[in-house]
Design a protein around this ligand. Structure first.
Ligand SMILES: Cc1cc2nc3c(=O)[nH]c(=O)nc-3n(C[C@H](O)[C@H](O)[C@H](O)COP(=O)(O)OP(=O)(O)OC[C@H]3O[C@@H](n4cnc5c(N)ncnc54)[C@H](O)[C@@H]3O)c2cc1C
Length: 396
């Protein structure tokens, strides 16, 4: 028996970057949107992200400017506008970890690669960094390779979440269980925690990997979801006095994927954590902690041979990327939303694409004749809290 009844215009399920961005946009536009979270805000993929606001250059290393590169190309400027206070969302309080990234190769690049990087398509995205302007780590005379600068920022995602949560925190509800009330496949309401009924015109699923269970409950077979796992690696100096330098950089080999992507994050003990993704994380899935961290240490010696690593402490983090199903588990190119009556199923596929995803969902909602109703503010229910960061929770 339901004890409490609430109403809203739109229920959004899942408070990662996709749900939060949409929640802000809709509430700003004058709609009433409630965001429901069953764990902590950002706990899944969003706070696992490296914070890179990709413009797609990484996907062009095979010499082809693909659909993925074009779709994501507008995102750095879109986020920059928000960071400057004149975009869709006010991100002026967000900590910018780096306003650009680096891409290095320990050896000189092939002439084919050099001409591709200098081509019209790429030259506006990346520039070779002259020796005099290279950061300290690359000033070493033993570094004889190539260094490029990519105009794509890296953000501190915990502060992005704070900026998204604060304006509408009272409309972000912590829930435990959820069930659907449908009439002829049209969702009328949901029951949360067994006794609270929330009626809404439209329902949006932005639950990342959790979308699968929600789709199963709704007996929706398509769109289907895929999981692409990663085992990320983290390290920091045992002695904070010898902290690692802060770098935001992709290490290039001969292939079309960076061998490793390193971002740097300040832990509460004021020590810098290197968070390492790329091939090492793709190929690290299923490996033991000992094997993967030994491989990662060897990799660091290999890609930064001139740099004397301090004694390091290690951690790893296994996480699935949740995306719309593609053939052969390939990476989807764009943000994705598909509607089944008044349920809209969405995956951004990249954190950087959250603004684009929100646009697409809002268009779908408008096509469903969404109107702004009059609703009482929610009282007496717990609001969800932001998850701790990996740098503060993963090292034992
Ligand atoms: C290791 C890693 C690094 C990455 N780095 C980058 C990067 O640098 N740049 C970039 O652009 N992209 C990056 N990505 C991709 C990016 O993180 C994701 O595309 C994005 O965060 C997905 O956001 P989301 O909101 O869809 O999902 P999530 O962040 O997974 O959020 C889903 C939320 O839904 C909640 N939920 C689940 N089920 C329910 C339910 N039944 N009821 C209520 N709530 C529910 C979960 O608890 C969670 O909070 C990275 C991904 C990974 C895994």
């Amino acid at each position: 028996m339901t004890q409490k009844k609430l109403s809203t215009d739109v229920v959004i399920i899942g408070a990662g970057i996709a749900g939060l961005w949409l929640h802000n946009r809709l509430n700003q536009m004058g709609f009433h949107a409630l965001l429901l979270e069953n764990k902590t805000i950002g706990n899944a993929q969003t706070l696992s992200a490296q914070g890179i606001i990709h413009g797609g250059t990484k996907y062009a290393l095979n010499g082809i400017l693909s659909k993925a590169t074009q779709a994501i190309g507008a995102m750095p400027a879109r986020w920059q506008a928000c960071l400057a206070g004149n975009g869709d969302i006010d991100l002026t309080q967000v900590k910018i970890l780096a306003d650009h990234q680096l891409m290095w190769s320990k050896n000189q690049l092939s002439s084919k690669m050099v001409s591709f990087f200098a081509s019209k398509a790429l030259s506006s995205r990346m520039k070779s960094v002259p020796k005099s302007a290279q950061p300290a780590l690359f000033q070493d005379p033993n570094f004889k390779g190539a260094l490029y600068r990519l105009e794509e920022p890296v953000l501190d995602i915990a502060t992005v979440l704070q900026s998204l949560v604060e304006p509408w925190q009272n409309r972000i509800i912590q829930i435990d269980t959820l069930s659907w009330q449908q009439i002829e496949r049209h969702v009328q309401s949901i029951i949360v925690n067994g006794d609270i009924e929330i009626t809404a015109q439209q329902f949006v699923l932005t639950a990342g990997e959790g979308n699968q269970a929600l789709l199963d409950d709704l007996a929706i077979k398509k769109p289907a979801m895929q999981r692409r796992p990663l085992q990320m690696v983290m390290c920091k100096a045992k002695n904070p006095q010898q902290a690692l330098p802060a770098i935001y950089a992709h290490s290039l080999g001969s292939g079309s994927q960076p061998i490793a992507t390193i971002t740097s994050h300040l832990a509460e003990d004021n020590n810098i954590v290197w968070y390492i993704g790329g091939n090492i994380a793709e190929n690290g899935v299923g490996k033991s902690f000992e094997k993967l961290t030994a491989e990662a240490e060897e990799l660091l010696h290999n890609i930064l041979p001139w740099f004397k690593l301090p004694e390091l402490e290690w951690a790893t983090h296994t996480i699935n990327r949740a995306e719309p199903k593609q053939s052969a588990l390939s990476r989807p190119d764009t943000a994705f939303v598909e509607s089944k009556n008044n349920v809209h199923i969405a995956w951004p596929t990249k954190l950087a694409l959250a603004p684009d995803l929100a646009d697409k969902i809002i268009e779908k909602l408008k096509n469903c004749s969404l109107v702004a109703g009059i609703h009482k503010e929610v009282t007496g229910l717990p609001t969800a809290t932001i998850s701790p960061t990996l740098w503060n929770s993963k090292f034992k």
